[in-house]
Write a new protein. Structure first.
Length: 393
């Protein structure tokens, strides 16, 4: 009887060990995919998943940085520390399915070496939709870019830059066009998806539509019918794609995102290609919580420093405003130096355009992808970034 009891004890121990090992494996898989909810969603979306991507393109990711919220006109993190966002746009995913390849950990670490703590990633709702079977792994590409950026210590602004309400063959292969306002179809679906994925990661900020243009403040706020003003950006020069579509207003878009993601910070950009916020002060304000207004000063005659107080500076003295894009196409530093000084004086965060090579046509901050600044444009902005974080040169 004693030998039989020992035999049963051995069997019971082996069975218990097997159960514990199996449970550990389930927990490990669950943690890698963001919880049991993430496991189910990842399994149901293998058609769009990239085999080399660390995060699932649909699973809720684990936050890697302290979340951000607004306190008055300032960003603060989960610990209550005031955070000044200083960074650059890292573009190409709005017009290339896989981007230009410079969304690696090394690329984002190079940005950190300049003193940056945020990166803005312009995107395409056309690529996101996977319309026509083109660019079916775009969501995995975006998820990987966000993961790499956060892993490097950068907050992330996801920006709807290009849309495609007409879904033409050109749109499907080039990421779309730049219409005056977001549409009620793919653009709404794009934000509903992203809000679902990142609603628990408050290190991710949503820039709802980068550059509203060629429309009225009433349509900007409330939506309406648009039949012109969609620009095709190509090597052959800008062209127009004039068809009719229904635009969603910024208030409605804010409300729809808020219904899914109650706490992520939202950026709402003004007219004149995301620059002019004067209408907000004139009665066209968007209502809601954790909302920042975005402005895009570039060295055009219509965006001169003398215009800044009226166009966005006076508003920045009352509510949060961020310079989500700014730059100069003359390879000089006068305009950008004035812009940075103005942002700083108004306690504004700012992001330069852009972290890329290519000279004044960008305008580009880099001389090469190792992080060498262009001169004098990139070098002057790098010095300002390092100074903003107290690092000096």
């Amino acid at each position: 009887m004693q030998q039989q009891r020992r035999g049963w004890q051995v069997i019971m121990v082996i069975a218990l060990l097997a159960i514990l090992v199996a449970a550990g494996m389930v927990r490990a898989v669950t943690q890698l995919n963001g919880g049991t909810h993430g496991v189910r969603r990842a399994m149901s979306s293998t058609a769009n998943a990239s085999p080399t991507a660390i995060p699932s393109p649909t699973a809720t990711p684990r936050p890697l940085l302290p979340g951000l919220t607004l306190r008055g006109r300032q960003f603060v993190d989960d610990t209550g520390k005031v955070v000044r966002l200083v960074g650059a746009s890292r573009q190409s995913l709005e017009y290339l399915c896989h981007g230009d390849g410079h969304f690696t950990s090394a690329d984002f670490q190079a940005m950190r070496s300049w003193g940056m703590n945020v990166v803005r990633i312009p995107l395409s709702s056309e690529f996101w939709s996977g319309a026509g079977g083109n660019c079916t792994d775009y969501r995995s590409t975006v998820a990987q870019a966000v993961f790499n950026a956060e892993s490097a210590g950068l907050y992330v602004i996801l920006d709807l830059q290009w849309d495609a309400p007409f879904d033409t063959a050109y749109d499907r292969t080039h990421g779309g066009v730049q219409c005056p306002m977001p549409d009620t179809g793919k653009d709404v679906a794009f934000w509903q998806d992203l809000a679902t994925i990142y609603r628990n990661d408050h290190a991710v900020i949503f820039d709802l539509f980068s550059e509203p243009h060629d429309t009225t403040w009433d349509i900007w706020l409330h939506g309406g019918t648009i039949s012109w003003g969609c620009y095709i950006i190509s090597d052959q020069g800008d062209q127009m794609e004039n068809q009719t579509y229904q635009a969603i207003g910024m208030q409605d878009l804010v409300d729809r995102v808020r219904a899914i993601a109650p706490e992520n910070i939202l950026i709402v950009s003004g007219l004149q290609w995301g620059y002019d916020l004067s209408g907000v002060s004139a009665g066209y304000a968007v209502h809601g919580t954790n909302i920042v207004y975005g402005t895009h000063p570039f060295n055009y005659a219509s965006k001169a420093p003398s215009d800044w107080p009226h166009d966005f500076g006076n508003l920045a003295e009352r509510v949060p405003v961020i310079g989500t894009e700014f730059g100069s196409y003359d390879c000089g530093t006068s305009y950008t130096t004035q812009a940075i000084a103005y942002f700083n004086a108004h306690q504004m965060s700012w992001l330069a355009w852009s972290w890329s090579t290519g000279g004044c046509g960008g305008p580009s901050l880099l001389a090469d992808w190792s992080g060498t600044p262009s001169s004098p444009y990139g070098a002057a902005i790098r010095e300002a970034m390092l100074a903003a974080n107290g690092k000096g040169s």
